[in-house]
Design a protein around this ligand. Structure first.
Ligand code: DX5
Ligand code: ZN
Length: 216
């Protein structure tokens, strides 16, 4: 499935309810929620209270992107706040804890995404492809909105897409960072399915239309 995942990091937090309505009006299916701890990434965003508030005001899929150390410690909290998809970074845990975290999320009936920073090669994700629902390829260094899209990451998207096809899996590829109308098209061509938009969604003069952007 192809969809937009607008990131509330770039939204007007004082009017979060109205911002979520914009996401609904755009035809997007996901709300992307960037949780940052000031340790895994050099920035602090928001956590459980914000996820709970968003859950109360929409039935859209809540796509939580955990940019935190020891993400496995917070899985139960993310789920009780209403997360539908929990994405954590492959760089944040060792192999055993990654496997245990995947199993825990699935045991609660939720979906798992695994994310790669720009410096992490495609092959690192291959052993986990059969166990997860989504791969998040970062197209900027995680931590801040409004950065420039890294075109180099398209080779990684294509390599992961080829492996997913070869294994005959239905794992989505999400791209996150510097996505706008132009880079969405480029990453879609490279094999991405789900497009996180922060700045390009919330700072746009009019509400973007998902179907138009996805060319459906
Ligand atoms: C960056 C976050 C992104 C961010 C994207 O670490 O993961 O989701 O909100 O923002 P833009 O679209 O402005 O690059
Ligand atoms: Zn994100």
């Amino acid at each position: 499935m192809k969809t937009l995942a607008p990131s509330i990091l770039a939204s007007d937090m004082l009017n979060l309810g109205a911002e979520i309505k914009k996401i609904e009006e755009s035809g997007s299916k996901y709300v992307h929620i960037d949780v940052m701890d000031g340790c895994f990434v050099p920035n602090i965003s928001f956590g459980m209270p914000v996820i709970s508030c968003v859950r109360k005001c929409t039935d859209l899929i809540l796509d939580v992107h955990a940019m935190i150390v020891e993400p496995d410690r917070y899985i139960n909290d993310f789920i009780s706040c209403g997360a539908d998809i929990i994405t954590f970074h492959i760089e944040a845990l060792d192999n055993e804890r990654i496997i245990n975290a995947i199993e825990l999320i699935h045991s609660k009936g939720k979906k798992v995404g695994l994310s790669l920073k720009p410096g992490t090669v495609a092959e690192e994700i291959f052993p986990y492809l059969e166990l997860i629902d989504m791969v998040l390829v970062m197209t900027v260094e995680p931590g801040f909105g409004g950065q420039k899209f890294m075109h180099d990451m398209m080779k990684k998207v294509t390599a992961i897409k080829e492996k997913i096809t070869q294994l005959d899996l239905s794992v989505d590829i999400q791209v996150d960072g510097g996505i706008n109308e132009e880079t969405l098209k480029i990453s879609k061509k490279a094999g991405a399915d789900i497009f996180v938009l922060g700045t390009a969604f919330f700072k746009s003069p009019c509400i973007p239309n998902a179907a138009e952007l996805l060319d459906e």
